[in-house]
Design a protein around this ligand. Sequence first.
Ligand SMILES: CC(C)(COP(=O)(O)OP(=O)(O)OC[C@H]1O[C@@H](n2cnc3c(N)ncnc32)[C@H](O)[C@@H]1OP(=O)(O)O)[C@@H](O)C(=O)NCCC(=O)NCCS
Length: 189
Amino acid sequence: MNEITYLKQGGDLSSPYGATFAVTYPCNLRELTQTDCEQVRQWRNTCLETLRTPYLLTEQMQTDFYHTTVCNRNANSRWWAIEANGELIGMTGLTDIEWENGKAEVSLILNPKEIRKGYGEAALNLLLEQAFAFMGLQNIYGECYECNPAVSFWRKMIPTYTTTLPQRKLWRGKYYDSLYFSFMRGEVC
Ligand SMILES: CC(C)(COP(=O)(O)OP(=O)(O)OC[C@H]1O[C@@H](n2cnc3c(N)ncnc32)[C@H](O)[C@@H]1OP(=O)(O)O)[C@@H](O)C(=O)NCCC(=O)NCCS
């Protein structure tokens, strides 16, 4: 497993390293390519119950997403590939960025063969670092439907704030509540 060590601000101020400490993650974020997008399309098409947009995407639709959104410097979203051992294992992003309000929504998806190995937690921490330490955002929020087992993942990540929103997702004829959560700058990163 590859391990990448970052120096972060904070920690034990009496340490010989001053106000920095080392964090090691099993994966890293890098730029997202069109080839990555096509791979992620195939993964996301297998878990439509987790998505706000629960329809199958074609290769052409995903190519359009890459050109009109990922490659657009003025888009109100930012995207990263998640890589481990030199292989693409997922995609993460910040969507609906509101610069004036300092907030954005989290997006996170892994290769279904790579779940429950700690990559999701690591990728989330790296994403929050991008949001808070590099982009100046204050509040990263998200929503996870109760028909998605990932609700347990988000609760485990200890967001600053959580609440339940009623009847947010229709799946196979039944409405499901959702977990709404937000991470605040200064409390997690
Ligand atoms: C959600 C997702 C990113 C989590 O990534 P992951 O790498 O599997 O999560 P981690 O291995 O870092 O899990 C950290 C902890 O979260 C909890 N957790 C994660 N997935 C869980 C699940 N399906 N059920 C119960 N607990 C879970 C566990 O406590 C886990 O620790 P443990 O494995 O030591 O018990 C991944 O499952 C995924 O891509 N799912 C499909 C897309 C999706 O649903 N995205 C989120 C939309 S809101």
